[in-house]
Design a protein around this ligand. Structure first.
Ligand code: NAD
Length: 367
């Protein structure tokens, strides 16, 4: 294992060069902020307040997407939302509800396609103070975001059968494999594991595996490479997650395994994520809009806050990222100002207040 001191907790993002490099200290980072549906607005507000308290200057461009704007624009993803992200090249978003079975298509999938956000990055690292079966999980899930069964090509074949087409290309597979290896190099990780089902899907997953092997050859001697069949990977992850480091997966397996990895470190409330492309990056929690908790100031802001930490690193604000991350960890470890899912009774905004107090060097004041 790479020594803890040798790597950042939530790390730097390759693929799109860190947007930043602010030339003047006073220049603010202009970031698109999408509150989202359900618990999204409460979490987005908590995250914005904490990021503003980090000392980094932000200029937030607030735009709405999702259920809330359907009636007004006739679409959950109005063009001006995409234009805002294109212009600013960085966005942070709350979760957006996707109707099951019918209704509009996933805004998240549409955003990833419209902006070419080809890499989904989901770190899963144990946090002291969060109850879970493991203490030393430190995984990074790199998921291909644009093709596979999520390409959305499905149709009925007569009244009683449906067909969905799995697309895997060499170009997209090599691109995501390179992202995973570059991430490993930039963040001093030591191993990349490709996850697939090439024993059964010999052509599609076979091509994904072959592409990973091709890219791995460029990193020989620097980053170890291995592969696992996805079902075996699931068992390995619940039995000995400490053996794994960076995982690279096609879209569907990546979606499933990132939730599994979130479960290893304390659940969806603490799992951050990022969607990264060459033109833009969108930072968001792994969890959804949890409608049953909406408007109750109850949901855990940690996942979106840690997505904000990923964003700070992407923006080159490494020192602020460390401080915000440490403040989140300290407040969780202390256990006094945490939300219900972490065994506490604090609300979303009180947990954010405690983190802001930590950032300011003051003790948390929640009773
Ligand atoms: P969900 O993640 O919203 O909720 C599952 C359960 O996890 C919740 O009932 C809640 O108990 C818990 N949970 C989730 N986030 C939490 C938090 N921050 N704090 C405390 N507990 C939390 O998953 P779901 O119910 O399957 O999906 C609800 C909606 O969200 C669906 O419409 C789905 O399509 C959408 N969704 C959106 C995104 C996204 O925008 N990126 C991701 C996943 C799901």
């Amino acid at each position: 294992m790479v020594p803890e001191s040798g790597r950042s907790r939530l790390a730097e993002t390759p693929g799109s060069a860190p947007i930043v490099a602010r030339t003047m200290a006073a220049m603010a980072h202009r970031v698109t902020l999408i509150p989202g549906d359900g618990i999204g607005p409460e979490l987005a507000e908590a995250t914005r307040r904490v990021l503003d308290a980090s000392g980094v200057a932000f200029e937030w461009e607030l735009v709405d997407a999702g259920e809330a704007v359907m009636a007004r624009y006739g679409t959950p993803l109005p063009d001006h939302v995409i234009e805002s992200i294109r212009r600013n090249r960085v966005a942070i978003k709350g979760p957006i509800t996707t109707p099951v079975g019918s209704g509009f298509r996933s805004v998240n999938v549409a955003l990833r396609q419209a902006l070419g956000l080809y890499a989904s990055l989901r770190p899963a690292k144990s946090i002291p103070g969060i109850e879970s079966r493991y203490r030393d999980v430190d995984l990074v899930i790199v998921r291909e975001n644009t093709e596979d069964l999520y390409a959305g090509i499905e149709h009925m074949v007569g009244p009683d059968a449906a067909e969905s087409i799995k697309i895997i290309t060499r170009a997209a597979s090599e691109r995501i494999a390179r992202f995973a290896f570059e991430y490993a190099v930039a963040n001093r990780r030591h191993k990349v594991t490709a996850v697939h089902k090439a024993n059964i899907m010999k052509l599609t997953d076979g091509l994904f595996l072959e592409s990973c092997r091709t890219v791995a050859a460029d990193y020989a001697g620097r980053i170890e490479f291995e592969d696992r069949i996805v079902d075996n990977m699931c068992m390995q992850l619940v039995q000995k997650p400490e053996l794994y480091d960076v995982l690279v997966l096609p879209n569907l397996y990546g979606d499933i395994i990132s939730d599994l990895a979130a479960g290893l470190v304390g659940g969806l409330g603490v799992a951050p994520g990022a969607n990264i492309g060459t033109e833009a990056a969108v930072f968001e929690a792994v969890h959804g809009s949890a409608p049953k908790h909406a408007g109750q100031n109850k949901a855990n802001p940690t996942a979106l806050l840690l997505s904000g930490v990923l964003m700070l690193r992407h923006l080159g604000e490494l020192e602020a990222a460390e401080r915000v991350e440490q403040a989140v960890i300290d407040v969780i470890a202390e256990g006094r100002a945490v939300t219900y899912d972490l065994g506490g009774s604090a609300g979303t905004s009180e947990m954010a207040d405690a983190i802001i107090a930590r950032l300011a060097g003051a003790p948390a004041t929640i009773s």
